[in-house]
Design a protein around this ligand. Structure first.
Ligand SMILES: NC(=O)c1ccc[n+]([C@@H]2O[C@H](COP(=O)([O-])OP(=O)(O)OC[C@H]3O[C@@H](n4cnc5c(N)ncnc54)[C@H](O)[C@@H]3O)[C@@H](O)[C@H]2O)c1
Length: 416
């Protein structure tokens, strides 16, 4: 049992971030009430089960629910801390959609009490933490908020972005450093007290805007570096240079470390968050915008290669290896591999054999007449064109010499 000033924590949004966070806090002996708009999520959790895939989460949730430390509900109730982990996608024109945050905050405002701490964990455009303070004050004129009278406010508000890696969430929630941005220094210190309950790494305080920008910067840094590699692959193709050999050679320089090119950038973080910076500073964030455009153009480059190769066959049989957006996971969200597969199917470039060892059936949008989900071995037996789209470990183990009669488009550089 840990000694803490927080007796009851409410986690709003029980998805990939909220549920593990709720379970870890509950495992420290604190009462946790999870709030979600999904009745299915609430019912599943209250049975001690989970509705998402994350290693070790099932045991943690089961134990927290059994010991009475964790329960879920649709309607918010009073607590000492409210931790918000709802989605922040982008809408038409790559505009950040903070409506989930606004709805969540307006729902908790009526149950707020003097002394409460509200923490925004969702990845958010700069200025959102201040906005949530304003939204709450519109509903609770009887309370004071940090954007109004600074240190004396009744409610404390902070932003603490999440940077866990899916598949390692339970471990990284405890071992990753946390950046904690308060609307005031006091808000930051109060939030730090909460995180120190379960974080073994450094909890570093700053202001809310810097914390918001820190998260967006991390993912934009990755995106820009991947875009450099992807642009190199397109340039090298035109100049008839093997990009994989080129990058290996350039990386011999002691201060050069070029990433690997691929078929594009997927997932719901790196492909999304840089747009939040571009939206805030459209004239200034030129490099960040261009990186997004370069990465978003890469699937079309791969499709073009497939078109050209397929033309040479009377009966093209195209094996697409991998649908997930990165290696060794089953997550197909925003995956460029799925977009490429969809285009190849729509354009009827040939019979399509999809190999994705991490799923049991194809997503609806890839269900069509001449498309099959097959094993790696079966794809090699049948295909005359092989395209690598995800660098799953199972694919890396293949010796390319066994594929000498096939045309290979190695968009991931697995066999280079
Ligand atoms: N998943 C990751 O790996 C990851 C990593 C870092 C940051 N993030 C960020 O964390 C935030 C949450 O992401 P996630 O992956 O957990 O999303 P998710 O879609 O898995 O879960 C969000 C949950 O919030 C619920 N919800 C939506 N509106 C609600 C409301 N008004 N009140 C209560 N619940 C509501 C949904 O039903 C869902 O269960 C996002 O901003 C995301 O960008 C995610």
């Amino acid at each position: 049992m840990y000694k803490t000033a927080f007796n009851k924590v409410s986690v709003v949004g029980l998805g990939y971030i909220g549920l593990p966070t709720a379970a870890v806090i509950a495992s420290r002996g604190v009462e946790v009430v999870g709030v979600d708009v999904s009745q299915h999520a609430v019912d599943t959790i209250n049975q001690g089960k989970i509705h998402i895939v994350e290693p070790d989460l099932d045991m943690l949730v089961q134990s927290a629910v059994t010991t009475g430390k964790l329960r879920a509900t649709i309607e918010p109730e009073p607590a000492d801390v409210f931790l918000i982990a709802v989605p922040t996608p982008f809408s038409e024109g790559f505009k950040p959609d903070v409506s989930y945050i606004e709805t969540a905050v307006k729902k908790i405002a009526p149950v707020l009490q003097k002394g409460n701490l509200v923490i925004l964990e969702s990845t958010s455009p700069v200025g959102t933490t201040e906005k949530i303070s304003e939204w709450m004050s519109e509903i609770r004129a009887d309370l004071s908020f940090p954007h109004q009278n600074s240190e004396q406010a009744d409610i404390h508000v902070a932003h603490c972005p999440e940077r866990v890696l899916p598949g390692y969430v339970i471990q990284e929630l405890v071992t990753n450093d946390r950046v904690i941005g308060g609307l005031t220094p006091q808000c930051a210190e109060k939030a730090k007290d909460l995180y120190q309950l379960f974080v073994k790494a450094n909890c570093i305080v700053t202001d809310a805007r810097t914390a918001e920008m820190a998260k967006l910067t991390e993912n934009s840094f990755r995106d820009v570096n991947i875009a450099f590699a992807n642009e190199l692959s397109i340039v090298c193709d035109k100049l008839n240079i093997n990009v994989w050999e080129l990058i290996n050679l350039a990386n011999r320089h002691p201060r050069v470390n070029i990433l690997k090119p691929g078929p594009g950038v997927g997932g719901h973080c790196i492909a999304v968050d840089p747009w939040f910076i571009v939206d805030s500073c459209p004239d200034e964030a030129r490099l960040i915008r261009t990186a997004r455009e370069v990465n978003d153009s890469k699937p079309e480059f791969v499709i073009n290669k497939i078109r050209k190769v397929a033309e040479a066959f009377k009966q093209p049989k195209i094996a697409l290896l991998g649908l997930a957006f990165k290696a060794d996971i089953d997550d197909l969200r925003e995956s460029p591999a799925v977009d490429i597969a969809q285009k190849v199917i729509q354009e009827k470039l040939g019979d399509v054999l999809i190999v994705e060892p991490h799923i049991k059936e194809l997503p609806d949008k890839l269900q069509a007449g001449h498309v099959k989900l097959v094993s790696l071995v079966d794809s090699f037996a049948a295909a005359n064109v092989i395209v690598t789209l995800t660098d799953h470990s199972a694919f890396k183990q293949v010796k390319p010499s066994i594929l000498h009669e096939k045309v290979i488009i190695d968009a991931r550089g697995i066999w280079e």
